[in-house]
Design a protein around this ligand. Structure first.
Ligand SMILES: Nc1ncnc2c1ncn2[C@@H]1O[C@H](COP(=O)(O)OP(=O)(O)OP(=O)(O)O)[C@@H](O)[C@H]1O
Length: 255
């Protein structure tokens, strides 16, 4: 009698042809097991990924974005392998990195904002018009010719977010978007994100930033520790972290 196919070979069925699907994903980096046995179907509108330092959140986000292929298992975005559909993925997924300086590659705001649009196939004139309209709508028309080095860290993060939003991806991945922002900037960003129609998957250390989320996934040592309604997972996470914080040794620094 024939055996069922191994997960690596199983193509997504029609019911799993939409959304982001990870099946038994593992990731090794520099010989280290960073992610293991991750199976997720990400279809909810607001999803939080939480976990402590070094648990694997950013690595997971990079796999979800299609930026690094899993070492084992597989992932699909709307039934497609992102590695073979790079251009389609520019409209499908946008990612905001934790550190804006890892994202910004051009010397001026205008060039930075136009780059993604040109990558999507727009001519320079159309990209420039769209960039100007976007800056004006954000009350930042005066930023157009500014060198990015003249922006503060929080302003550079806002620039990166604008670059992502301009490309109108269906899903936006955010790696600690509130870190480094002052309280008014946090409040503004929170309102801005809440108003977006897109699916948003946010990495956070802070359960307070998970209000209004549909689902939370808690990653611990590269594995899914809990996955469920955001409120319930946040409460379990806080309890575990309070317990951890009461200990002097940081267990996650073990080799
Ligand atoms: N390029 C790499 N090579 C080797 N190990 C890596 C690499 N990138 C990450 N790691 C390791 O993988 C683990 C997970 O890292 P990752 O950045 O995904 O964690 P994180 O949960 O996002 O952490 P933080 O909250 O501190 O940003 C860490 O132990 C890290 O040292």
């Amino acid at each position: 009698m024939s055996q069922p196919a191994a997960p690596e070979q199983t193509p997504p069925g029609p019911e799993r042809d939409s959304g982001i699907l990870l099946e038994d994903v593992g990731l090794r980096l520099a010989g280290r097991e960073v992610l293991s046995n991750i199976s997720l179907h990400l279809t909810e509108r607001r999803i939080a990924i939480l976990g402590r330092n070094g648990s694997g959140k950013t690595s997971l986000l990079r796999v979800i974005a299609g930026l690094i292929p899993p070492t084992t298992g597989w992932m699909r975005i709307d039934g497609q392998d992102p590695a073979t559909k790079r251009r389609d993925m520019l409209r499908r997924i946008g990612i905001l990195f934790q550190n804006p300086d890892h994202q910004i590659i051009f010397p001026t705001v205008a060039e930075e904002l136009c780059f993604g649009l040109i990558q999507q196939g727009l001519d320079r004139g159309t990209a420039t018009a769209r960039m100007r309209a976007h800056l004006a709508a954000q009350g930042r028309a005066h930023w157009e010719d500014r060198p990015v080095t003249a922006l503060s860290q929080g302003q550079r993060q806002m620039l990166c977010l604008m670059a992502v939003l301009l490309m109108e991806p269906a899903t936006i991945l955010l790696d600690e978007p509130f870190a480094g922002l002052d309280l008014p900037s946090r409040a503004r960003l929170r309102r801005r994100l809440a108003a977006l129609p897109q699916q948003i998957i946010t990495i956070t250390h802070d359960p307070a930033e998970m209000t209004g989320h549909d689902r939370a996934i808690w990653i611990e040592a590269g594995r899914v520790q809990r996955d469920g309604p955001a409120d319930a997972v946040a409460a379990q996470f806080v309890e575990a972290m309070n317990h951890e914080g009461a200990l002097d040794a940081d267990a996650d620094l073990a080799p």
